[in-house]
Design a protein around this ligand. Sequence first.
Ligand code: AQP
Length: 327
Amino acid sequence: MKRVLSGVQPTSEIHLGNYIGAIKRFVELQNEMDCFFCVVDMHSITIPQDPKNLYENSLKLAALYMAVGIDPSKATIFLQSQVPAHAELAWYLQCNTYIGELNRMTQFKDKSQGKEVVTTGLYTYPVLMAADILLYDTHYVPVGEDQKQHLELCRDIAIRFNKKFGETFIIPEPLIAKFGARIMSLDDPTKKMSKSNENKYSKINLLDSPSKIKKSIMKAVTDSESEIRYDVKNKPGVSNLMTIYSVLTKTSLEDIEKRYEGQGYGTFKKDLVEIVISSLEPIQKKYKEIIESGEVEKVLKEGAEKAKEVSHKILTDVKKKMGFVIF
Ligand code: AQP
């Protein structure tokens, strides 16, 4: 059976971009493949985190994984920091990664820009991500479009390692959706919807209240026309809202265009508000039940055991190939 691994950072609330670009697809994949879904808490400390928030957000994200429909009896859910092999393999891989490669990472350039101090963790983050993936003999990695470059680096590192030390790693393939892999910010549709955007109306979080959802969508930047037409270049705001509409209702873009022909943005936005609220309502209800049940920690403990077992085999192989003494 082919294996899938992916992760989300527990940096703050999980938004619709994370959901449509990645997490929603995790649920579909769990029925077809052997899936490992990780809360990548170690990645999140590449930028400063308040310890209390990190703790709470990590458990919240695990509960959200389950609330969207990831079933712990089908897929392994775990915390990255509970499996020390991630950090260990990251070091071995760092010693096989070049500074020039990391210098080319656009996410590092974006996230470090204008900062007075930048940690080495932010710089080497893509190598830790490569370790996360390679540690599980992963075939497929479902991610949003923004992770494409990191996935390419992961593949380059794996190919180089295999050439140098002999066949060790499976070369993973990214699974990037043809549609919805880059949900844009509601306040600026030329930028991706992002956790770090300080404008709370730039995004819709999965646990947002109906009134916050309504306000965010009604305030969403569109254009000076009134036509509901999918045209990313000339109408990025409307096209982004249409993408969300289309993914959540499984309606084609052509059908949306027909449905709203001759109607203004107001009607379209009002309908979208209802669609988003009703799509998130069952997730929010399930989330509440999961939190109240107290089952999250049990799921994470069992997940970590399974993840340790699988990763230990690959890590041992890596160490042997590199010449480390193993008793
Ligand atoms: N806007 C997006 N559209 C589609 N997919 C997205 N992803 C992130 N933003 C979008 C995908 O969600 C998964 C988890 O993301 P993450 O938390 O690991 O990474 P991130 O890029 O740091 O998330 P944010 O929200 O964009 O945070 P900041 O503000 O730090 O930049 C990944 O598969 C990602 O591709």
